[in-house]
Design a protein around this ligand. Structure first.
Ligand SMILES: [Cu+2]
Length: 372
């Protein structure tokens, strides 16, 4: 298996195309001619310096590296949620307090908005051409806004409050194992494990239906980790034709046993497919579709017992389909040569949730990557 271009002709063609594209913006007296070493040198990615050599930035574990190569990455991901769904129907806070229960009791607190910011630090290292090791650590910041209703009256709003949880999430360790590569089409297996480094016992002050402000353990959605060791198996397929490249990835998340607080998150399946077009070797744009399905939470944390929708393990999971648009840039020359920058923005086109549950509004991922 080799990640070099087998065909000298195609390497030459690509080099020529790259040189032509990048010569234009250079001044006549600029002696720095972009130096594209498509194969060899060991400093280049699988896929050369093509921007579309990497999948859209929201896809993890999409590429292997050549033997001895390192890569470091940083992603900032933000996700906004607003309003509540039961199935695919929008429901108001009053509908929820009048018609829905949490853990068999009344609901008097309804979340209305949530943002989750995540700083994702990543490192990759390839001990061989067919195995790339990857570690990713998220630093998470979650905020949730709520409306509180009077204990005795499901129609009387008495105020609102915001809870927040910040800290590291679950460390993800993966091995990417190359299964097939003919220079154009590549297939690899993703073998990952999620280590329960994120807290599941975060607390914050709430505004209760009796007007008090106790500090309670936050509901499941506000915790930073799953509390369980999770298996993350997946498979990634990629190919290209001319200026188009495309790929697909399946990723699963299987929770092993219950965590220390007596529950486990529902198993999750994600399937995504994308197509990228390279306008020039240094820039590509992408369109991606992503579908996911997740079970509800199994078991229950008895310390999470407030009269809020998010305290009920049955109000988790469901199905969602997102449409995402992205841009990848591989800087062709200058001080930032071979640094990669990317952006991907998405929004759901379909949600069917085990509700009432907050509805996803948008997702944004920006990232930086550099191989050595
Ligand atoms: Cu990498």
């Amino acid at each position: 298996m080799s990640f070099q271009f087998k065909s000298t002709t195609s390497a030459l063609a690509l080099t020529l195309a790259a040189t032509l594209s990048f010569s234009a913006p250079l001044k006549a007296d600029d002696k720095k001619i972009p130096n594209f070493t498509i194969s060899g040198g060991g400093h280049h990615h699988n896929g050369g310096t093509r921007a579309d050599g990497h999948a859209p930035i929201g896809v993890m574990g999409d590429h292997l590296h050549k033997k001895g190569e390192w890569m470091f990455s940083y992603r900032f991901m933000t996700m906004g949620m607003k309003g509540n769904l039961i199935g695919d129907d929008n429901v108001s806070p009053e509908f929820i307090t009048n018609n829905v229960q949490a853990n068999g009791g009344p609901i008097r607190v309804v979340p209305t908005e949530m943002t989750m910011d995540m700083h994702m630090l990543g490192a990759m290292f390839a001990p061989s051409d067919t195995i790339t090791l990857m570690a990713m650590l998220p630093i998470i910041d979650k905020e949730m806004d709520h409306i509180t209703f009077a204990g005795g009256n499901p129609n009387q709003r008495i105020g609102g409050f915001t809870t927040r949880a910040r800290g590291i999430g679950d460390l993800k360790l993966s091995g990417l194992i190359g299964l097939y590569d003919n220079g154009t089409t590549k297939v690899h297996f993703n073998a990952g494990v999620s280590v329960p480094t994120g807290s599941i016992t975060r607390r914050d002050e709430v505004f209760a239906p009796n007007g008090m402000r106790p500090t309670l353990r936050l509901p499941y959605a506000m915790q930073l980790g799953t509390g369980t060791w999770d298996l993350l198996p997946g498979i990634t397929v990629q190919s290209r034709t001319g200026d188009f490249s495309y790929g697909a990835q399946y990723m699963g998340r299987f929770h092993l046993g219950d965590n220390d607080e007596g529950y486990s998150w529902g198993d999750k399946h994600e399937l995504t497919a994308w197509i990228s077009y390279q306008w020039a070797p240094w820039i590509s744009t992408s369109l991606r579709i992503k579908g996911m399905t997740q079970q509800e939470i199994d078991g229950r944390d008895l310390n999470i017992a407030a009269p809020v929708t998010t305290a009920d393990p049955d109000h988790f999971g469901g199905e969602r389909i997102d449409l995402l648009g992205g841009i990848n840039i591989a800087v062709p020359y200058g001080r930032l040569k071979d640094h990669r920058f990317a952006l991907e923005v998405g929004a759901p086109i379909y949600q069917n949730l085990n509700g009432p549950q907050m509805e996803t509004d948008y997702t944004v991922t920006v990232g930086w990557q550099k191989a050595f």
